[in-house]
Design a protein around this ligand. Structure first.
Ligand code: AMP
Length: 418
C-alpha cells in the first residue's frame, strides 16, 4: 500500500516522497479517505502513530483543490506550544511545493510576530486555545472562513482546563464545517465534547490505550533513597542512544539535569518555567544530537517529536496511566523500537497496577546487575501485579535489552546544560 492510492494532489505526493514516507501508517490508511470525503472523524490515536499527517494531508489537498487561498480555512487546536510547533513543522514540510501558509498562535512569547503572520494571510492557524482567544478578542483573527476544525490531543486539552476556551472558540467559527477530533483516551468529558461537536463521525482507532507496539517496557523496583544512583547506573550501562527522562516536577527536572551535566552527560532540562526560547533550544539541541539526555516534565514534553529517542526513563512514575502512555509514546515512534524504563519505589505500587491493567499485561521487573541495592530486595517488590486485560491490546513482550558495559557515548564531557 502506498500514498498513490489516495489520489492526493501531485505536489503533496512529491513532498511525501521528499520527506521519505513510503507507506501510510494504519491511522493514515483509515483516516485519509474519510477526511478526503468530507466526513467528520473521531480519531482514537496516540501520538507517534502518524496522526498529524493523517489529518494534514487531506486538509492540504482540500485547500489546494477547492476555494481560494489567503483566507484562514483551517483551525487546528493543540494543548501545548510544542505540539503546535510540531504540527506547524509537519505542515511546512508537506507544503514545500505549494503556496499554503500556516501560522502558530500560543502564549509565553510575544504577540507581535504572531499578529504579523496572521496579517500576511494564512490558510491554517495552529493554536493553543488561550492565546487564540486573546488575539480573537483583540480583533487579530478572522475565523469566519474556517471550513475544517481539528482538535488534537483533546484529552490533554481538557486535562489542562481548556474545555471552556474550546467551547468559546467553537461558538465563533462556522457551524457548517468538517471537524476532526483526535484523542488518545476517551474519558466521559471528552466523549460529551465529541458528541456535541461532531456530526456522524467515522471512528478511526489505533492502539487506544496500549502504547506503541514497538516499545518494550521494564520496571526497576528501587528504594526511594537509591533512585538517583540507580538512574546513574542504568545510564552508565546504555551503550548509545538518545534518552528522555521524566520527573514529576519542574524543580526535579532542573536539578537532575544539572547533576547529569556535572557527571559529563550532554544534558538539557525541558520544563515549564523555562522561556519558550530556552525550551526551543533544548528541543533543537536534542533533535540535532547536541544533547543526548533531556530531562523533562510531562507538560513540557508534550509534542516532542524526536524520531531517534531510544530510551524513555520514568525517573518518577507518572500520575496517570494516560501520562504513562504519552511519555513512552515519545520512543518507538513511527515503527522504530524503543525501551521504556520505570523506576518504581514501593509507594508506586498502585500506579504500577493501574498501568498494567491498562496494558493488559504485567510489565517485566528487572534488577540491575552489579548495582548495590543495600539490602533492598527488588525481586520482592510488586509481586502481585494482576492485570486484567482491559479494552486494550496486549502489551508487547520484547526480550529485555541487554545491558552493555561499555562507556556510553553520550557521556562525552562536551556540553553543559543550559
Ligand atoms: P505523529 O503521530 O503525527 O506525531 O507522527 C509520529 C512520527 O511519525 C513523526 O516523526 C512523523 O514524521 C512520522 N511519520 C508520519 N507518517 C509517517 C509515514 N507514513 N511513514 C513513516 N513515518 C511517518
Amino acid at each position: 500500500m502506498n500514498f498513490d492510492q489516495f489520489s492526493l494532489d501531485a505536489r503533496l505526493l512529491t513532498s511525501i516522497q521528499n520527506i521519505g514516507y513510503t507507506e501510510p501508517t494504519p491511522i493514515q490508511q483509515q483516516a485519509i479517505p474519510v477526511v478526503l470525503n468530507g466526513g467528520d472523524v473521531l480519531g482514537l490515536a496516540q501520538t507517534g502513530t502518524g496522526k498529524t499527517a493523517a489529518f494534514l494531508l487531506p486538509i492540504l489537498h482540500r485547500l489546494l483543490t477547492t476555494g481560494t487561498l489567503r483566507r484562514t480555512r483551517t483551525l487546528i487546536l493543540a494543548p501545548t506550544r510544542e505540539l503546535a510547533e510540531q504540527i506547524h513543522q509537519a505542515c511546512v514540510e508537506l507544503c514545500k511545493q505549494t503556496k499554503i501558509r500556516s501560522a502558530t498562535v500560543y502564549g509565553g512569547v510575544g504577540k507581535g510576530p504572531q499578529i504579523a503572520a496572521l496579517q500576511r494571510g494564512v490558510e491554517i492557524i495552529i493554536a493553543c486555545p488561550g492565546r487564540l482567544l486573546d488575539l480573537m478578542s483583540e480583533g487579530h483573527v478572522n475565523l469566519t472562513a474556517v471550513e475544517v476544525l481539528v482538535l488534537d490531543e483533546a484529552d490533554r486539552m481538557c486535562d489542562m482546563g481548556f474545555l471552556p476556551d474550546i467551547r468559546r472558540i467553537i461558538q465563533r467559527i462556522p457551524t457548517e464545517r468538517q471537524t476532526l477530533f483526535f484523542s488518545a483516551t476517551m474519558p466521559s468529558d471528552i466523549r460529551v465534547l465529541a458528541d456535541n461537536i461532531l456530526r456522524n463521525p467515522v471512528t478511526v482507532q489505533v492502539d487506544l490505550i496500549a502504547p506503541a507496539k514497538t516499545v518494550s517496557h521494564a520496571l526497576y523496583p528501587v528504594a526511594s533513597d537509591q533512585k538517583r544512583s540507580l538512574l546513574f547506573a542504568i545510564l552508565e550501562q546504555l551503550s548509545a542512544g538518545r534518552v528522555l527522562i521524566f520527573t514529576r516536577t519542574k524543580h526535579r527536572a532542573q536539578q537532575l539535569a544539572r547533576e547529569l551535566s556535572k557527571r559529563g552527560y550532554s544534558t538539557a532540562p525541558l520544563q515549564g518555567n523555562m522561556s519558550q526560547n530556552q525550551r526551543q533550544r533544548a528541543l533543537d539541541g536534542f533533535r540535532s544530537g547536541h544533547f543526548d539526555v533531556l530531562v523533562a516534565t510531562d507538560i513540557a514534553a508534550r509534542g516532542i517529536d524526536v524520531a531517534e529517542i531510544t530510551h524513555v526513563i520514568n525517573y518518577d512514575i507518572p500520575d496517570t496511566v494516560d501520562a504513562y502512555t504519552h511519555r513512552i509514546g515519545r520512543t518507538g515512534r513511527a515503527a522504530q523500537t524503543g525501551d521504556a524504563y520505570t523506576l518504581a519505589v514501593p509507594d508506586d505500587m498502585l500506579m504500577v497496577r493501574d498501568i498494567e491493567r491498562a496494558l493488559g499485561a504485567p510489565v517485566e521487573r528487572r534488577c540491575l546487575e552489579g548495582f548495590d541495592y543495600q539490602g533492598f530486595a527488588p525481586e520482592e517488590q510488586f509481586k502481585t501485579a494482576a492485570p486484567k486485560p482491559a479494552n486494550a491490546r496486549r502489551a508487547p513482550q520484547h526480550a529485555p535489552t541487554p545491558a552493555r558495559p561499555s562507556q556510553p557515548p553520550h557521556k562525552r564531557h562536551r556540553h553543559a546544560a543550559r
